[in-house]
Design a protein around this ligand. Structure first.
Ligand code: GRF
Length: 204
């Protein structure tokens, strides 16, 4: 399967996907053919270049609305023959049009155990709440934020001495394991998003 990865930043998850896809024994069944960033100059773009993957910067500020921006991304993804889209630290909300068009083919990584701590400030909120466990979730993308069917999760302890930085670092290690695992499940047709928005597990 051909994969497009959308990023906005450092791209450590992108790196994990690149490494797994290039590892023959991992048998991911997926090749990353395009990386799109809505921000220029981010480290994730360097990671893609170093791996010989085509990149495209599409700045959301250059478009009149969300859908126009999404249409520009869609054009590139279609042009590269993309089958599956991974959101790897992509900090834009996708339009209903885009989400519907790619239904069952977009997955996102979120740094908490969903449905707890949705949104862009998960680590801060976990620490503020005093939760003793957090983690990460890979899920299908639907029209509601951080709400689609769950594919993979991993729990990570929260230490009393944690700061946002130390917690984020511990959780990212788990992210780098579960994201390739989830992509493999989708790319090798072991999971499918059903019409009722739950997952069908195949060939178990
Ligand atoms: C990750 O923590 C991911 O869960 C969240 O954004 C962060 C991206 O990090 N959605 P990176 O760019 O992959 O290093």
């Amino acid at each position: 399967k051909k994969v497009g990865v959308l990023i906005s930043g450092s791209g450590t998850n992108l790196q994990a996907l690149i490494d797994a896809s290039k590892n023959v024994t991992y048998q991911m069944g997926a090749e990353i053919v395009l990386v799109i960033s809505n921000k220029p100059g981010v480290k994730g773009l360097d990671r893609a270049h170093n791996a010989g993957i085509k990149t495209k910067v599409i700045k959301h500020v250059d478009y009149k609305d969300r859908e126009a921006f999404d249409k520009a991304m869609d054009t590139e993804l279609v042009q590269q023959g993309v089958d599956i889209i991974c959101l790897a630290g992509f900090m834009r909300i996708l339009s209903p049009w885009f989400v519907k068009k790619w239904r069952g083919a977009i997955i996102n990584i979120h740094p908490s155990l969903l449905p707890s701590f949705k949104g862009a400030n998960a680590h801060e909120e976990v620490l503020k709440y005093g939760a003793r466990v957090s983690g990460c979730t890979v899920h299908f993308v639907n029209e509601d934020i951080d709400s689609g069917a769950i594919i993979e999760q991993e729990a990570v302890p929260v230490m009393p001495t944690d700061t946002k930085v130390t917690l984020e670092e511990r959780i990212k290690k788990a992210e780098h394991k579960v994201f390739p695992k989830a992509l493999k499940l989708l790319a090798t047709n072991q999971i499918k998003l059903k019409d009722d928005n739950t997952i069908e597990w195949l060939n178990l």
